[in-house]
Design a protein around this ligand. Structure first.
Ligand code: CTP
Length: 437
């Protein structure tokens, strides 16, 4: 009996898939189809797959062509499968020519001509494509443009900036460039805002009042009441308002949060986060705004919003008279936290979460890490966790935004309460309620 195996995502199953499966089946007597698990697929840059793994498996099953269906979950699994199922022929479409030649060592490799004019990506794009406008004077927008390329269902179609000379050639290819925010809003379905924090409130309000979804770099506003007012406005208009902090979408950080919350290190007693930078480039916002939201994220996500007391101290730069380093101490009922943020002062950018059983150590720069450790009293028990960091989290942030819009419900990783608390804490700075040194 000749056994054949093939792999794919099979999202929104189309006739290209069916033709491939028919020909794969005809190569032998028994066909095994490996359907790629969601997580595994993300690592290949396919993102925003529309159907769940179960739905995709059901669709393949319904073709009646597969004798057996398996799930592909990890890189390197193909070799294991070929040995395990005693496979004679491995086959995929011609878009993969050459990529799987290494499997020739284990079985015959056949590339089948890909059906022209159809693909899951095109179907996903057709289904909906959100036209997103980028707003701000920061070269960070170039990264957002690049990352959006990996996300199905969104397309960067406009840019609003006063600083065109720092923008990449790629971003300048968008359909519409302006320095007039009001004009931009008329040309898009949604906006990504990275203007200065004190402009956010007016810009978000205008966008929502004109029926546009908003993804805005944290802090959303500089006042808790304004933040809640905007969320209410978004809700009343059936629009998505989402705060952007890329770290919240980095896989390692997400896993870390789950582990810590599941009690892996016992009770959390202290969260200490440091984020600093020295360079003063066009990406930077003044003082606390540059790093404050990122450093506050683990504190608020792990310890919650019932903080009993804050102590905020800022170091003021002699020349600029602006804060270039801030330390905030938090007192909770049964735990403490501290953040150190600096723009103009350098320190070790690590994150440490201390618990009653163990502690988590995330090396610098923790906000874009692919790795962390859980460390125990007996170091032989230490565990290391590695994850792929894709696009510093921006890619997954965009996917969450698109999915939220599609499903008409907020599916982001940052609770509204956390967003509110970030603005509440930054409001102390606005009001000057902090100690200066
Ligand atoms: N395939 C094909 N003809 C097409 C599309 C896909 O022969 N028009 C084949 C692929 O080469 C692969 C299998 O079908 O062997 C599963 O492909 P998959 O990656 O799931 O589908 P695509 O439509 O290529 O998805 P995407 O657009 O996301 O790349």
């Amino acid at each position: 009996m000749i056994k054949v195996i093939t792999y794919g995502t099979y999202d929104l199953l189309h006739h290209g898939h069916i033709r491939l499966l028919e020909r794969a089946k005809a190569l032998g007597d028994y066909l095994i189809v490996g359907v790629t698990a969601d997580d595994f697929d993300k690592t290949r840059g396919k993102i925003n797959v529309q159907q769940s793994l179960i739905e995709r498996i059901e669709a393949v099953k319904a073709t009646g062509l597969a004798d057996e269906i398996i799930i592909e979950e990890y890189e390197g699994q193909k070799i294991d499968d070929i040995k395990k199922y005693d496979i004679d022929i491995f086959t995929v479409g011609s878009d993969w020519v050459g990529k799987f030649d290494y499997l020739n060592e284990y079985c015959e490799v056949v590339y089948l001509e890909r059906t022209k004019g159809i693909s899951s990506s095109e179907l996903r794009e057709e289904k909906r494509s959100i036209h997103l406008g980028l707003v701000g004077n920061s070269s960070f927008l170039n990264k957002v443009k690049d990352e959006a390329e990996y996300v199905n269902g969104i397309q960067i179609s406009a840019l609003c900036t006063d600083n065109l000379n720092i923008m990449s050639d790629e971003i300048k290819k968008v359909d519409f460039i302006t320095n007039d925010y009001f004009k931009l809003i008329n040309n898009v379905d949604a906006v990504y805002i990275r203007s200065l924090p004190n402009m956010h409130y007016d810009q978000i309000k205008y966008a929502l009042n004109n029926g546009k979804h908003v993804l805005c770099e944290s802090p959303l506003t500089l006042d808790e009441k304004q933040t809640m007012e905007l969320f209410e406005l978004a809700k009343s208009k059936n629009l998505i308002l989402m705060e952007a902090i890329k770290t919240a979408y980095a896989t390692a950080y997400r896993r870390l949060l789950l582990l810590v919350k599941s009690g892996k290190i016992g009770d959390i007693v202290s969260v200490d986060a440091t984020c600093t930078s020295l360079k003063n480039n066009d990406n930077d916002w003044p003082g606390i705004y540059e790093w404050g939201p990122t450093a506050l994220l683990p504190v608020l996500q792990m310890l919650g919003s019932n903080c009993k007391d804050y102590r905020i101290v800022s170091h003021i730069d002699k020349n600029t008279q602006l804060d270039n380093f801030t330390k905030i101490d938090f007192l909770y009922e049964h735990s403490v936290a501290s953040i150190k943020v600096g723009d103009g002062v350098k320190s070790e950018g690590q994150l440490i979460i201390s618990g009653t059983k163990a502690y988590v150590y995330v090396p610098a720069p923790w906000w874009k890490t692919d790795y962390f450790e859980i460390r125990y009293e007996n170091q032989n028990n230490n565990q290391r966790y590695f994850y792929r960091l894709e696009g510093e989290g921006i890619r997954h942030e965009l996917v969450s935004f698109v999915k939220s819009i599609e499903n008409n419900i907020y599916l982001g990783n940052i609770d509204i309460i956390v967003t509110r608390d970030i603005t509440k804490i930054l409001n102390f700075f606005e009001k000057g309620i902090y100690q200066k040194i």
